[in-house]
Design a binder for this molecule. Structure first.
Ligand code: SAM
Ligand code: SF4
Length: 325
């Protein structure tokens, strides 16, 4: 559907759980005491909501979390959402660790793409960022997906000053001999991430060009949203940038988000939206559900205010693990 600012909203990110097997320093508390309640929607509620999305011309769904692969029924969720009339693409974002188990059960016809979050290739830095993960497990997940024939694979790397910025070239080099996209993401100042310092896109571009040669823009559309893609000389894959702070892209925002608690968020930065879980628990009709979603989208804020000290909306306070990134 089209929102009040003329933006086509055709993409929804769905956080299917707030649980995670990692504790990335910018995303979750080490001890998740305050938010220890495990939140997730039932498969039936996810299907009902995605069916409503489809009737509003939302065609692309990203399954996220928390760590979505923590859900035992993840293959069922992917398959069920993909089977909804009007849903064209279902993709997944994961830390990759459980991919070998889960992909045994899913084909590239059912899952249209996989984003793997990988902030470091160095065992110690990876552990320092994720607090409990092993980079080899994540890399095994990547290789498993490649060997299983999945072609739309992207690596997401949030670059943080002092934590992994020394690895930019090494991480980019993953796309040298693999047909994947390595995407560098500017950390957004929300929740725990406020304690960390962003590395701007232009700085990363300068470093990559000094090391590898000129970045040449790719034409075409390779993903669901705001990433811009480039080729480096002799690279098999692509390099992408998602720079919500230094290259704000709200004027072309095409997305809504469903949190693990079932709240439909219309802007990452703000609380604006509607509590779909309560509506479903109160057994609203499908027509009413669609109407609530439509009204929320019509009131989608014009954009984030990360760089401003004032905003007319209530700022989001939930962890990114609830929201889904
Ligand atoms: N666990 C899965 C994963 O790590 O891909 C899915 C959930 S995670 C919240 C989704 C994405 O959001 C990850 O790529 C993560 O790095 C990113 N993310 C989390 N907090 C962020 C922040 N403050 N700014 C930018 N990206 C963030
Ligand atoms: Fe877990 Fe993903 Fe958050 Fe890391 S970024 S703690 S893997 S949800």
């Amino acid at each position: 559907m089209i929102d009040q600012f003329g933006r086509l909203i055709d993409y929804a990110r769905i956080s299917v759980t707030n649980s995670c097997n990692l504790r990335c320093v910018y995303c979750m508390a080490e001890k998740n005491e305050l938010t220890s309640e495990k939140l997730h929607l039932s498969v039936e509620h996810i299907i009902q909501i995605c069916t409503a999305f489809a009737s509003l011309d939302i065609r692309k769904i990203k399954i996220t979390g928390g760590e979505p692969l923590m859900r035992k029924d993840i293959a069922d969720i992917v398959r069920s959402v993909k089977n909804i009339d009007g849903i064209k693409k279902v993709t997944l974002t994961t830390n990759g660790i459980l991919l070998p188990q889960v992909l045994e059960d899913l084909s590239s016809r059912e899952l249209d793409g996989i984003n793997i979050s990988l902030d470091s290739l160095d065992a110690n830095s990876y552990k320092a960022i994720t607090r409990r993960g092993s980079v080899n497990d994540s890399l095994s997940g990547l290789n498993f997906a490649l060997n299983r024939g999945f072609s739309n694979i992207k690596i997401n790397c949030v670059v943080i000053e002092g934590l992994n910025d020394q690895e930019i070239e090494n991480i980019a080099a993953l796309a040298f001999d693999k047909n994947i996209a390595v995407r560098f993401i500017e950390i957004m100042p929300m929740g725990f991430a406020k304690q960390h310092k962003l590395v701007p896109q232009d700085q990363i571009v300068m470093r990559l060009e000094k090391h590898f040669g000129q970045l040449v823009p790719c034409s075409g559309n390779f993903g669901n949203g705001p990433a811009v893609y480039y080729k480096l000389p002799d690279f098999c894959g692509k390099i992408g940038f998602i720079s919500a702070v230094s290259h704000k892209f709200c004027t072309s925002c095409n997305r809504v988000r469903l949190t693990a608690a079932g709240h439909l968020k219309t802007c990452l930065h703000f609380r604006n939206g509607v509590d779909l879980r309560t509506l479903l628990e109160n057994k609203v009709s499908q027509a009413e559900l669609i109407c609530h979603i439509e009204n929320a989208i019509l009131q989608k804020p014009v954009g984030h205010a990360f760089c401003s000290s004032f905003s007319e909306y209530e700022e989001e306070f939930a962890d990114m693990s609830h929201i889904g990134g």
